[in-house]
Design a protein. Sequence first.
Length: 236
Amino acid sequence: MQTLIVGAGNLGINVAYSLLKRGDSVIVTTRNDEKRKKLREQLSPFGKVSYLFADPGTDFGVTDMFRKAEEIGGKIDNLIVTVGGYAVDSIRKPVHFGEMLESHLEIPLSILKYFEGYANEKASAVFISSIQSIYTSSWAAVSYLLGKSSLNKLVEVAAAQLLERDIRVNAVAPSSIENVFMPGRDWRSTRKLGRLLTPPEDIAEVVAFLCSPAGEWINGVVIPLDGGNRFSHASD
C-alpha cells in the first residue's frame, strides 16, 4: 500500500513506523530540512519511506504535495493527516480562533478537496480529532474545541460525498498523547485504563486498522481513543 502521512510530529512518526512494519510504502511530509534528516534516521531502518517538503496551508501547497507524492509512489491508498495544534482561550478572548480553525478545519478541507484526484479506488483518509470534541471535560480551550468539533462534522460530510468514489473518511479522537518514539518497546505494559496520557502506539494501531482491508466497512466515524479516561471525570 502507498501511504501519505501529512505531518511529521510525534504521532506521525509512530503511525509511519506502524505502517512500515506491515510493509506499506510510506511518504512523510515535513516543512524543514533538519526534520527530514531526523526522520530519515528514525524511520529508514524499518522499511521503504520517502520524505517530501510540503506546506498544506494553501491550495497550491496541497496540490503540490499530492503531485510530488504521486511522482514518488503513484496513486495514494491511505492518507493520514496528523497536523494540528492546541491553544487555550475563552469566549471572552478567542485569540486563537483563526489559528485553530485553519489547523483543524481549513487545512483538512483543502486536503480532502484535492485528495480524490490522487487517490486509488477504495482509498482511505484518517484525521486526528480529540476526545474533548466528543466528551468535553475541560472548557478552557474554546477555539480548539470548535476546531476539532468542526473536523468531526467534516469527516462525516466528506465520507458521504465521497461514497461514489469508494473513498472512506474517518478520524480517531485520542486524549493527551504521550510524546515518545521508542520502536520495539513494550508499550502495552506502560498504560492503564483511565489514564490521561495515551501511548502513540495505541493510536497508530487503530489508524493502521482503518487503513487496512479489515477496516473497509468503517466509514464516516470518529473513534474515541482515550482508554476510558472520560469516565474519570464522571463525578467531577
